[in-house]
Ligand binder design. Structure first.
Ligand code: FMN
Length: 454
């Protein structure tokens, strides 16, 4: 298909006149004289009739009063993609029930009587099939029909016409696998031929005092005997869309869900964690709130260094000793419990977090305030660890906050030769999740609210 070099001709269909609800478009088109630059008239096999959606919608009665415009846009909207506030008002880029992503859901006041706006046809492919059937019946010609609308494009100024409905025409011409003039095999070249024909036809239709219908000749290779899939197949499926949201909306959504998307991950893949990722997570951690304008957080990131083994062995020995002597736990259940610490050995990275009480905690003569001051700093440590874990989760890196170092500060500080003012906050095991973390069960904020006293 498309191998022959077409002699392309495009002509306007003059004399359609104003279209109103209930008008028969095929009859209006048939009543006009179609003349071609080469002097011939009428339709030939392979001609493509390109009709602006505005008159299709008008004929279908999709006209509302201008005051209902905002409500109409909302009701035509399936999904808001982006919102832009300008001095002239708010523009919503939305996905319509057709799947089209357009400003104001294609609801438009141009080329309409004052005080009215026109919606898009309900099903432009169905409208195209109906028009094609009538035109083929009355002309006896093998025609194609395209229904067009005008769209802006991301990254490009200006608008162009595209096909929003089609019948009897191949809408996408997939060149994948063909060989170009230089011998290269084309891999991803799928030509939106119906959009190209729509844009070409608009060159002669025009937006001001133009004709709403043009006929394109010379693209007959694309005209099919069947209706074909219609223009709806040109709509990129949402799950294949790299840009399903406006930038501001995507950033906002990421911010709003960042904390909720963190899940404790205890099963990691072997994929190495880049050094700079840990640095970024710690950079976020140290922006946590802290008392007295202090910055008391301290971190030690361990990978495969011998000190990691030394520390974990010392922690394990202390844990076993506690279970045996103080808790009198039986040997078989000791080994089960100890196995819970395996994650500290296997995680690609272990970040030990500390609060240094020597970095600004106030001194008090009494135990109550000393303990409260310590709690305050520990809480600030918790905020930092949470920042770190959220930042990792935002980059699809899993983490688990493991408490064991908090239970034996003396062992940790002795092995790592840290001052006694360092309070361990646990170890954060970090790695890429081996499996996708489960979605959270929904918790309702109300259930966590303390009732107000009267
Ligand atoms: C201070 C602290 C200590 C924790 N210690 C452990 C631990 O020792 N072992 C463990 O498996 N998980 C530990 N966790 C993780 C919790 O078990 C986990 O947050 C909880 O199961 C909820 O899951 P989520 O983080 O995915 O919401 C700890 C969490 C916190 C905040």
């Amino acid at each position: 298909m498309g191998k022959s070099k077409p002699e392309l001709q495009i002509t306007t269909v003059l004399g359609i006149g104003p279209v109103a609800p209930g008008h028969d478009l095929a009859a209006l088109i048939n009543a006009t004289e179609i003349s071609w630059p080469d002097g011939s008239t009428g339709f030939s096999d392979g001609d493509i009739v390109v009709v602006t959606s505005k008159i299709v919608a008008k004929a279908e009665g999709r006209i509302i009063i201008a005051q209902s415009r905002d409500a109409a846009i909302d009701s035509e909207t399936v999904r808001i993609v982006a919102t832009k506030v300008t001095p002239r008002g708010t523009t919503k880029i939305v996905q319509t029930q057709h799947g089209l992503v357009m400003a104001a859901a294609g609801v438009d006041a141009s080329n309409v009587e004052k005080g009215q706006v026109v919606l898009l046809p309900i099903d432009p492919d169905a409208s195209a099939r109906e028009l094609l059937t009538q035109l083929r019946d009355t002309t006896g010609r093998r025609l194609g029909v395209i229904i067009t609308d005008t769209m802006g494009r991301p990254w490009r100024l200006g608008v162009t016409d595209v096909a929003i409905g089609a019948a009897g025409i191949t809408v996408l011409d997939d060149h994948t696998g063909r060989i170009d003039g230089f011998g290269h095999t084309l891999e991803l070249t799928n030509i939106a031929i119906a959009d190209e024909i729509a844009a070409a036809a608009d060159l002669v239709k025009g937006k001001i005092d133009g004709s709403p219908v043009a006929v394109v000749r010379g693209m007959g290779d694309y005209v099919t005997t069947e209706f074909g899939p219609g223009a709806s197949v040109i709509v990129r499926p949402l799950d294949e869309d790299l840009f399903p949201l406006g930038t501001a909306e995507a950033i906002q959504q990421g911010r709003a869900t960042a904390a909720m998307n963190r899940r404790t991950v205890r099963d990691f893949s072997d994929t190495p964690i880049p050094e700079d990722l840990i640095a970024r997570a710690i950079a976020a951690a140290i922006t946590a709130p802290a008392p007295h304008h202090t910055t008391p957080w301290r971190f030690l990131a361990l990978r495969n260094e011998p000190i990691r083994q030394t520390l974990l062995t010392a922690l394990r020995e202390r844990w076993i000793a506690d279970l045996q002597s103080t808790d009198s736990v039986a040997e078989d259940s000791i080994s089960k419990r100890i196995a819970r610490g395996d994650i500290l050995y296997s995680a690609p990275v272990l970040v030990l977090a500390f609060i240094d009480l020597g970095a600004g905690a106030h001194q008090y003569p009494d135990e109550v305030r000393t303990s409260a001051e310590r709690d305050m700093f520990m809480v600030a440590g918790g905020a930092a660890v949470q920042n770190l874990m959220i930042t990792l989760a935002a980059e699809d890196v899993g983490s688990a906050w493991i408490s064991s170092t908090m239970f034996c500060a003396d062992v940790v500080n002795a092995v790592l030769q840290l001052p006694a003012s360092y309070q361990p906050l646990g170890a954060i095991a970090i790695g890429y999740p081996a499996t996708k973390p489960k979605a959270r069960d929904v918790r309702t904020p109300e259930a966590f609210m303390i009732p107000k006293l009267n």
